[in-house]
Design a protein around this ligand. Structure first.
Ligand code: DX5
Ligand code: ZN
Length: 218
């Protein structure tokens, strides 16, 4: 089974509850919440209070992607907000191993994200602490950017590592994924696919979600 995670970054921020309800009704199992601090990435979005309000509308998995510096400082807040998965960036934590351990000790699934410029090999010594690897296929900060093809090579490497070390590992790809390339992304080994503009920018959001899910599970 492969999972679609619509990113609310491309939804109307004044109507997030409705956005979540719409994509969940169409079959999306994860809701991807992009948190940006204006330091780690050049954009600011939402924080734990909004995530907490949103939780009341999310029936499935709340998948929080922290694009922030000092993530350790906010892990408890996202636990309290009801996050199921918290993903932190390799590049954002001085002691990433400890950060991942803390996420799990709070009772959440731990995700590790790598920017396009970070080699995939760095995950090897962290695999025991990770439930999900997020391969960024754009430089984080904005929706609607173009997919960086080299991300597919990184996904294939993660898939190989997962076969050896953790068959349950979730492999997520985020950025520039649309109906035109989602099959390639899944074939490379991704089992969780984030899509923002391709879902919320579509004329018919329900239809877009359904088409994604069909292509991902053919
Ligand atoms: C980018 C975010 C993504 C973003 C993807 O920094 O992490 O989750 O919403 O948007 P699209 O699918 O439009 O590239
Ligand atoms: Zn994201």
């Amino acid at each position: 089974m492969n999972y679609l995670a619509p990113s609310i970054l491309s939804a109307d921020f004044a109507a997030l509850g409705e956005a979540v309800t719409l994509v969940e009704a169409a079959g999306a199992p994860f809701i991807h919440v992009d948190v940006m601090d204006g330091h780690f990435v050049p954009n600011i979005t939402i924080g734990a209070p909004v995530a907490k309000s949103l939780r009341k509308h999310i029936k499935g998995v709340m998948d929080v992607h922290l694009m922030i510096e000092n993530p350790d400082q906010y892990l408890q807040d996202f636990k309290d907000a009801g996050a199921d998965i918290v993903t932190v960036h390799y590049e954002a934590s001085r002691h990433i191993h400890r950060t991942l351990q803390t996420i799990r000790s709070l009772g959440m699934k731990s995700g590790l994200s790598l920017n396009p410029g970070t080699p995939v090999e760095v995950i090897e010594c962290l695999l025991d602490e990770i439930d999900m690897v997020l391969i960024m296929s754009v430089n984080p900060g904005f929706g609607g950017q173009s997919f960086i093809p080299y991300a597919l090579e990184k996904v294939k490497t993660v898939k190989e590592l997962a076969k050896k070390h953790n068959k349950e590992l979730l492999i997520q790809v985020d950025g520039g994924v649309g109906l035109h390339n989602v099959k390639e992304v899944v074939e490379a080994g991704a089992n969780v696919v984030v899509a923002g503009s391709a879902v919320f920018g579509a004329e018919d959001v329900t239809k877009a979600v359904q088409e994604f899910i069909a292509l991902m599970n053919e």
